[in-house]
Design a protein around this ligand. Structure first.
Ligand SMILES: Nc1ncnc2c1ncn2[C@@H]1O[C@H](COP(=O)(O)OP(=O)(O)O)[C@@H](O)[C@H]1O
Ligand SMILES: [Mg+2]
Length: 467
């Protein structure tokens, strides 16, 4: 490149010289009088031409060298940078454009080197974190090729994290459940979470999270061994289930006897009767608590305990609203069902789904003052069915919203107790809807009202037709 610049400069300047010599000759001849007379002075003209030409060529070569030397220097430095030697610097002290170019080159080289060092340092940090984290990590592509894994992944799934990293997720473990979950996550193409029990290399419970990276063709899988935590949780759920079970029979009989005493008028009007009434009411509350606790431990101990078959949500909602009609009437609450689909078939357990919606409608009536409104709405939305239970009740303060589904969480304990609440209703709703692959959330404004939404998947091929 530089030599071509030099050659071009030489050719251009030689042409200029020849041209000027020719012009000089013509002018001289014009001066002398005729071209013939020029022939007499050929020797002088020739020598002066050669002298001027030689001098010009020397000047041109000098200029060309002066121009190309810094460019050559920068080219060599650039080639070294490309080869990996990033600490390159050119020493060109000029005031012209080449000097500016050299300064920019040095600045670029320094910035480049600094960035490279920063990237190398953060890559090293990231690698240290990945290698030492207590979670198993994989980087996969959409075909299931494993690009990266860490020692914890090897420990959990039973492969040698250094010598024997499987190149495809299907060979990560002999237990097919992990591979199946990774396959499902890649197919889903969106954040995915699953709890899996594997038996090979050992009995383990694994919590898996798969996140697609922005480009969508790579996935990060992060997983933890939660065997110990899930063992403790199942011991706790077992204990709660056993205690509730043991309590259920005596509490039922206390309640039954209190009822008999009251209905047979065995206790005449007196303080005694008031006491029996309290026993009757409190044992009823206790019985509901025991039943709610039994339900919760039932869901926790066997997450697959729900029997799924095609059910029509429109029928479930009609039944729920019919059951709640009396309770609403007692409080002069206007309860209405608005159904925007002809049928709403989902795969589920109709008893449990009714229980969930019963809880939401019951809450809406309980926490709405006399004369208010409760609307239960069903429509097709986002490839599924959305139930909305809307009330014009007391509302929930924003600070309670993300804890409202926790067991025993009540915004106002006294009010809840006064309504016979156990504080377990919403927790049960969340479990039931989760076990059906759905979601539950809410919007609320204090003094205006609350809307609880439930979204359930539509059974494939049986999506609703708009009414
Ligand atoms: N529709 C609603 N409007 C206002 N507050 C509500 C509503 N639904 C639930 N809550 C609040 O959420 C708490 C938890 O509800 P839940 O789990 O059903 O328990 P509870 O047995 O107290 O009804 C309730 O105590 C109440 O404070
Ligand atoms: Mg409730």
């Amino acid at each position: 490149m530089q030599s071509s610049i030099r050659a071009r400069l030489i050719v251009i300047l030689t042409c200029l010289l020849l041209g000027s010599a020719l012009l000089q000759g013509i002018l001289l001849s014009a001066h002398i009088g005729s071209l013939e007379a020029l022939a007499d002075h050929w020797f002088t003209v020739g020598w002066s031409f050669l002298l001027v030409a030689g001098l010009s060529i020397w000047v041109v070569i000098w200029i060309a060298k002066d121009l190309t030397r810094p460019i050559e220097q920068m080219t060599q430095a650039a080639q070294k940078i490309v080869a990996g030697d990033l600490g390159q610097h050119v020493f060109i002290n000029r005031q012209d454009e080449l000097g500016v170019l050299a300064k920019s080159f040095n600045h670029l080289a320094e910035t480049n080197q600094r960035r490279y060092q920063e990237i190398t340092a953060s890559k090293a940090q990231l690698e240290t974190v990945i290698q030492n984290t207590v979670s198993g990590i994989f980087l996969l592509d959409a075909k299931g090729t494993v690009f990266l894994s860490n020692p914890t992944a090897g420990q959990i799934l039973g492969f040698d994290p250094i010598a024997d990293v499987p190149d495809h997720f299907s060979r990560l473990t002999a237990d097919p459940k992990m591979s199946q979950a990774l396959y499902d996550a890649i197919l889903a193409g969106q954040p995915y979470q699953q709890t899996i029990s594997i038996t090979v290399p050992a009995q383990r419970v694994i919590e898996l999270h798969v996140i697609p990276l922005t480009a969508g063709d790579r996935f990060v899988a992060v997983f933890y061994d939660i065997s110990e935590a899930s063992r403790l949780a199942s011991i706790r759920a077992d204990l709660v289930a056993n205690v509730s079970h043991e309590l259920k029979t005596p509490v039922t009989s206390i309640h039954g006897f209190a009822e008999t005493l009251l209905s047979d008028n065995l206790v005449p009007d007196s303080t005694g009767r008031r006491f029996v009434e309290i026993i009757y009411r409190e044992s009823w509350r206790l019985l509901r608590l025991v039943n709610d606790l039994l339900d919760l431990s039932y869901f926790e101990l066997d997450p697959k305990a729900i029997e799924k078959r095609p059910v029509d949500l429109t029928e479930i909602l009609h039944d729920v609203v019919e059951r709640a009609a009396q309770q609403a009437k007692d409080k002069q609450i206007d309860l209405k069902l608005v159904i925007g689909v002809q049928s709403a078939i989902t795969l589920g357990d109709d008893y449990r789904l009714s229980q969930a919606v019963d809880n939401l409608v019951g809450n809406a009536i309980k926490y709405t003052p006399q004369g208010g409104e409760v609307r239960v709405n069903l429509q097709y939305e986002n490839n599924g069915f959305q139930i909305a239970v809307r009330d014009t009740g007391v509302g929930i303060e924003p600070e309670h919203l993300n804890r409202i589904f926790e067991r025993f969480y009540r915004t106002d304990k006294a009010r809840s107790r006064q309504h016979g609440g156990t504080g377990l209703g919403l927790s049960i709703v969340k479990h039931i809807i989760g076990l059906h692959g759905g979601q539950v959330w809410l919007e609320s404004k204090v003094g205006v009202g609350t809307v609880f939404y439930v979204h359930l998947p539509s059974e494939a091929g049986k999506s609703s037709q708009e009414a």
